[in-house]
Design a protein around this ligand. Structure first.
Ligand SMILES: *Cc1c(COP(=O)(O)O)cnc(C)c1O
Length: 509
């Protein structure tokens, strides 16, 4: 299998190892597989009795055809060797069957399965990919004969930084450096980052906001003199952002895993169709579900759930993608996005027309908008359903889940649940629904507590975690509980214009 650009017909053809190291195609397009591998129902059935790591290897090996089975086995073992639990992802099933009802009440005909993707080290679903990407990169360095060290640069508004640090910490031949806005992340988010252990990690606060961090990082990436100096130190820059194929492909796995778990729980039979709802920002997670569907996983509708930054809802409804609109800061910050980069991959696969994609992306760049044909819009409408949850709907859904079902969810998951309920209400589609749960409620404790009517004005961050624990009975994730006593290891603060200096210094040490 080769990887090609979404934006040109005669693009370079890369192996998956090359694509993962390169990140973006040379013409600025995204790298996509030149075909989508098919699975049969018997392949899906075979997943039922496998543990998560083996399921991951099975799915990854269909895309990463230049990796050996042994290499993928090792990657999966190292990536998902998190906690002392066997279920890397956990499926909370709301069902009519008493044995499956767990602590959740029966749900009349309509099976809902909440796919908890946040049992990793940083309590958010980005771990699913950011634990695997460094392993895939490490092997890719070997396979391509790259002898330099890779330095991953990350600008973060909070969550991605920690997930990248946790993934790359002590991975051979890699270094990771994270810039975050000084005073611009929550106290918990800051603590998660500045306590990160590892010989190859650096965390630096930047005086400024997230844009300053991001612009600083972009400038460093585009600076040839810096590249030259880094090369002298035998270091090459790279990024871990969500358009990298190595971040996308591990996400395809958990949709197969969820389906296999539903078979195992006897909620569905092999071949039964399900729907999937995903709380969406950059369109990475839901695109992974799309790949799973294209591969042959019996999925009917993919339901794209947004917050009030509902550019994707409008796009699927009207065929117009228009970023010329107000931007809202919401209680689901990881979905506060106006450019959903991975949508480009979907448009490519549904058209196979790189010239068109090039034009649409150029329109987006120059005018902030693009429009797709009525035919293409109709085609997408057969696969996707899109809607959004207003802030109040999100809060009400979250509170109702805890009150009625005794099940704690975070705000992002509440957006997905709210949209899924509206979908079912409107369409009367009662196929089993898988809902991607993307973060532990503890990651967004202030918003979660407020949604359930608690006054948090007098509570410190850690008192908030304790309060949520008292109310819900759900254990505080270890990684967050440990922050209380963890040693602060990274206290460096710099001006935006000194970021390059910091990078060069870290590269040399
Ligand atoms: C990143 C993130 C999302 C959005 O996922 P995309 O792949 O960007 O669409 C949703 N919820 C949480 C908690 C996230 O961290």
């Amino acid at each position: 299998m080769k990887y090609i650009s979404t934006r040109s017909k005669n693009s370079e053809e890369l192996t998956s190892a090359e694509a993962i190291l390169k990140g973006l195609a040379s013409d600025g397009g995204l790298l996509v597989p030149d075909m989508i591998p098919k699975v049969k129902l018997k392949d899906i059935k075979a997943l039922v009795d496998m543990r998560y790591e083996a399921r991951a290897v099975d799915i990854l090996s269909r895309f990463l055809t230049d990796y050996t089975q042994d290499e993928l086995n090792e990657c999966a073992e190292l990536a998902y060797d998190w906690f002392d639990i066997h279920d890397r992802v956990r499926l909370a099933i709301m069902s009519d069957k008493p044995e499956n009802a767990k602590k959740i009440q029966a749900n009349k005909n309509n099976v809902k399965a909440i796919l908890e993707l946040w049992h990793g080290p940083t309590s958010a679903f980005k771990d699913m990919a950011l634990q695997m990407l460094p392993q895939l990169m490490r092997v890719a360095l070997k396979k391509t004969g790259e002898s330099r060290e890779i330095l991953i640069l990350v600008a973060t508004s909070g969550d991605t930084g920690k997930a990248a640090l946790a993934g790359f910490a002590d991975v051979p031949q890699t270094k990771v450096m994270v810039f975050y806005p000084d005073g611009g992340v929550s106290k918990i988010q800051r603590l998660q980052m500045v306590t990160q252990i590892g010989k190859n990690v650096n965390v630096t606060a930047v005086k400024g906001n997230f844009d300053d961090c991001q612009n600083g990082v972009k400038k460093i990436f585009n600076d040839e003199e810096i590249a030259r100096q880094l090369n002298e130190s035998n270091v090459k820059l790279s990024s871990a952002n969500s358009i990298n194929w190595g971040r996308l492909v591990p996400q395809i796995v958990y949709y197969f895993a969820a389906y296999a778990d539903l078979i195992q729980a006897k909620e569905i039979n092999v071949g039964d169709f399900v729907n999937i709802t995903v709380p969406t920002g950059n369109f990475g997670n839901i695109l992974a579900a799309y790949y799973a569907k294209k591969m042959g996983l019996p999925v009917d509708k993919l339901i794209c759930a947004s917050n009030i930054n509902n550019i994707l809802t409008d796009f699927f409804k009207t065929g117009v993608y228009d970023r010329n609109r107000s931007f809202f800061k919401t209680i689901t910050p990881s979905m506060d996005i106006l450019i959903s980069s991975n949508l480009e991959r979907l448009l490519y696969h549904e058209t196979n027309d790189p010239e068109l994609i090039k034009k649409l992306m150029s329109d987006l760049n120059t005018t902030g908008r693009y429009e797709i044909s009525a035919d293409l819009k109709k085609k997408l409408g057969k696969i996707f359903y899109a809607d959004y949850a207003a802030e109040d709907e999100t809060r009400v859904t979250l509170a109702a889940m805890l009150k009625d079902k005794n099940y704690l969810i975070d705000t992002h998951t509440a957006v997905a649940l709210s949209v899924a309920s509206k979908y079912v209400h409107k369409t009367k589609d009662t196929k089993p629904m898988i809902i991607a749960s993307t973060a532990s409620a503890y990651k967004f404790a202030p918003a979660v507590l407020t949604a359930i009517g608690e006054d948090i004005s007098k509570l410190s961050e850690f008192a908030q975690l304790d309060k949520l624990n008292k109310i819900s009975g759900v254990m505080i994730p270890k990684g967050l509980a440990n922050l209380k006593t963890a040693k602060i290891l990274h206290e460096d603060v710099c001006e935006g214009e000194n970021m390059a200096e910091k990078v060069l210094a870290f590269a040399k040490n």
